[in-house]
Design a protein. Structure first.
Length: 108
């Protein structure tokens, strides 16, 4: 089936984290292209249709930027702090972790 061109906007921090995970041996390294990896992520989300409570668009753009920067930091440093989040995780709970990280970075 033919594919139609689509585009979307993504923050530089999220894109850099995604590209890191696209490297050989990383989580999305087996996909033949960035497009194939993104298409599969969207497919997974649509096919399994699990509701998400972590909706970053509920945050201000500044708060989203902080969460994106924190996400990039976690991905590039192989930090998995999902266990620190409540179940279900929310945008506010991730924002709290991002703010904690931001404060620790300022003290350095």
């Amino acid at each position: 089936m033919a594919r139609d061109g689509r585009s979307f906007k993504i923050s530089q921090e999220l894109w850099e984290a995604f590209k890191h995970l696209r490297q050989p041996g990383e989580l999305y390294g087996a996909y033949r292209s960035d497009n194939a990896a993104m298409e599969n992520l969207i497919f997974y989300m649509l096919y399994f249709r699990r509701p998400h409570t972590l909706i970053l668009s509920q945050l201000t753009l500044e708060e989203q930027d902080l969460v994106h920067a924190y996400t990039k930091h976690c991905v590039l440093n192989d930090i998995d702090d999902r266990a620190r989040l409540p179940k279900p995780a929310t945008a506010q709970s991730v924002l709290a972790l991002a703010r904690e990280w931001q404060q620790s970075e300022r003290r350095k």
